[in-house]
Design a protein around this ligand. Sequence first.
Ligand SMILES: [Zn+2]
Length: 225
Amino acid sequence: MISFMRRLASYCSCCLNCGSFFVRDGLLCKRCDKSLQRLRTVAANESKPYAARALFEWNPGQSDLLSHLILSLKGPGHKKIWSFYAKRFAQTFAEAVPSGKKIYVIPAPAKKANSCDHAYLWAEALATSLGATLIRGLENVGSEGTKKQRRKDRGERALIELKATVNYTEGVSFSEGPLIVFADDILTTGATARAAHVALGGPPHFEVWVLAKRSLSCGASRDLL
Ligand SMILES: [Zn+2]
């Protein structure tokens, strides 16, 4: 059913959730978009050593609407839709974004090196919305990039290893250090974000920006990701 709706939506630009032709920029109709807004997060997770900000709180099994949206945004394409949600993200967290500080947005590396997957499109859209600089600063180490994240259990996910491909701190003092934003579509265990933080040398100003923070309380739909 989900794949049918995804295919239908890509052909006729109708609402991903209910099939309505009165679709908005976010791939949903007005009514479904309103339902989606109830899943918006209000506070960032400010736990140390860095903050994690998510536009939505995703509890699989609780909302088919959000599940449909997230699954349909996987892979390349849907640039316009990522832009739409990036603008909403920027509006939601406008006050938390430091003004006057250089911001670099680094996408989670794609499985296929240098491809424009969903994480890249999300990072690109965030950078555009905030006037930040987008850089591909990370790559997967070894065979990790070819393994499907969803097939890993929590222990395996903790072994994710990333490598930095840029040195953005060269010639920049500690206090003036830029804000480094790691952008990904979903935050689940946080293992990828932690690997990014480590690979980038533990920058003092580091945040994780995702479309949705996924609860681990429901294991039934683990294979969805
Ligand atoms: Zn709808």
